[in-house]
Design a binder for this molecule. Structure first.
Ligand SMILES: *[C@@H]1O[C@H](CO)[C@@H](O)[C@H](O)[C@H]1NC(C)=O
Ligand SMILES: *[C@@H]1O[C@H](CO)[C@@H](O)[C@H](O)[C@H]1NC(C)=O
Ligand SMILES: *[C@@H]1O[C@H](CO)[C@@H](O)[C@H](O)[C@H]1NC(C)=O
Ligand SMILES: *[C@@H]1O[C@H](CO)[C@@H](O)[C@H](O)[C@H]1NC(C)=O
Ligand SMILES: *[C@@H]1O[C@H](CO)[C@@H](O)[C@H](O)[C@H]1NC(C)=O
Length: 268
């Protein structure tokens, strides 16, 4: 019964959208000056429709001579954009646009069509490209307190919008690291580098720096401070007079993991 009532609606739907292929893309995306950006896009066409493999990305607003940023027909591309934009994957369903060497004047709106359309027909659905002068500040996280001899993981996270060219990480500390990335949707990706590190006592107060280099060169760093907690074992050694002018433990409670420190007490 239900199947019967659904069928006519399905046919009607096909008739309504059958004329044009549909493009799906986000309504906004951020790009970093000098880097690249990929605007994710895919197409759907009714099964009966013969699939055109043509994609034309229009710029809006634009003068007629800078109106087409990408077309499968290269002759249609405006000379100001030639060689700066390309499709990431050449399949009939994938219309993801990659713009290289992002410039300030790329702050515009863009929309794809199956063919070049008249400048007099502005699109109502488009993607706004925002151009940032510098990449987003990475998020650096590590345990608030570390203990000598303990291995810690320091994580540096950064977002990027150029899916096929992820940023690279550089640490000022030496240790094994693993990098992972995840798709946050709408063209935003997150990448993280996990550095495994075993701090030594004399590194207390020193700076951890993670530098993220985006494709094309834009670079940004985040810093944090190593904070080593004195633990019981450590202080027993100190209290035995191994080193002078070292903090002495004040044993206040058995349950406490960390003990109150009394500074400037001469140890002998
Ligand atoms: C389009 O191609 C890109 C690059 O290969 C890929 O990451 C993306 O998932 C594709 N999109 C779809 C909808 O298939
Ligand atoms: C990445 O972007 C998401 C969504 O916009 C945001 O919630 C998150 O805080 C960002 N992460 C970093 C490391 O900037
Ligand atoms: C990186 O570290 C974070 C936080 O400690 C953890 O959630 C994540 O699973 C780690 N990823 C890898 C690949 O080790
Ligand atoms: C490390 O420095 C912090 C802050 O200066 C201090 O509270 C802590 O006791 C120091 N740890 C060691 C092991 O000296
Ligand atoms: C150790 O701590 C206790 C409790 O805080 C305090 O009463 C005592 O005076 C401290 N001892 C020294 C040597 O500072």
């Amino acid at each position: 019964m239900r199947g019967r009532s659904v069928l006519p609606i399905f046919i009607l739907f096909q008739v309504c959208v059958g004329q044009e292929k549909k493009f799906h893309f986000p309504d906004k995306i951020q790009a970093v000056l000098g880097s690249c950006v990929e605007i994710p896009c895919y197409t759907t066409a009714p099964p009966t429709e013969g699939r055109s493999n043509k994609v034309v990305w229009h710029v809006q607003p634009a003068m007629s001579r800078s109106r087409i940023i990408y077309s499968t027909d290269v002759s249609e591309i405006s000379t100001v954009f030639r060689g700066r934009a390309d499709l990431v994957k050449r399949t009939t369903e994938n219309c993801t646009l990659r713009i290289h060497d992002v410039r300030r004047q790329d702050l515009k709106s863009y929309f794809p069509r199956e063919s070049k359309i008249s400048i007099l027909r502005p699109a109502s659905v488009y993607v706004n490209l925002e151009v940032k002068d510098s990449p987003p500040v990475p998020v650096l996280s590590m345990p608030a307190e570390m203990r000598v001899g303990e291995t810690i993981t320091i994580t540096c996270m950064a977002n990027f919008t150029c899916a096929s060219s992820p940023p690279t990480f550089t640490w000022n500390l030496i240790g094994p690291s693993v990098t992972e990335r995840s798709d946050l949707g709408n063209g935003i990706w997150q990448t993280a580098s996990n550095l495994t590190y075993k701090p030594t006592e004399n590194e207390n107060g020193s700076v951890v720096r993670c530098t993220v280099t985006h494709f094309g060169g834009p670079t940004i760093s985040a810093t944090a401070m190593i904070n080593i907690k004195i633990n019981i074992k450590e202080n027993v050694i100190l209290a035995c007079g191994k080193r002078k002018q070292r903090p002495l433990v004040n044993y206040t409670s058995r349950k406490m993991h960390y003990l109150k420190i009394v500074r400037d007490i001469q140890i002998y």
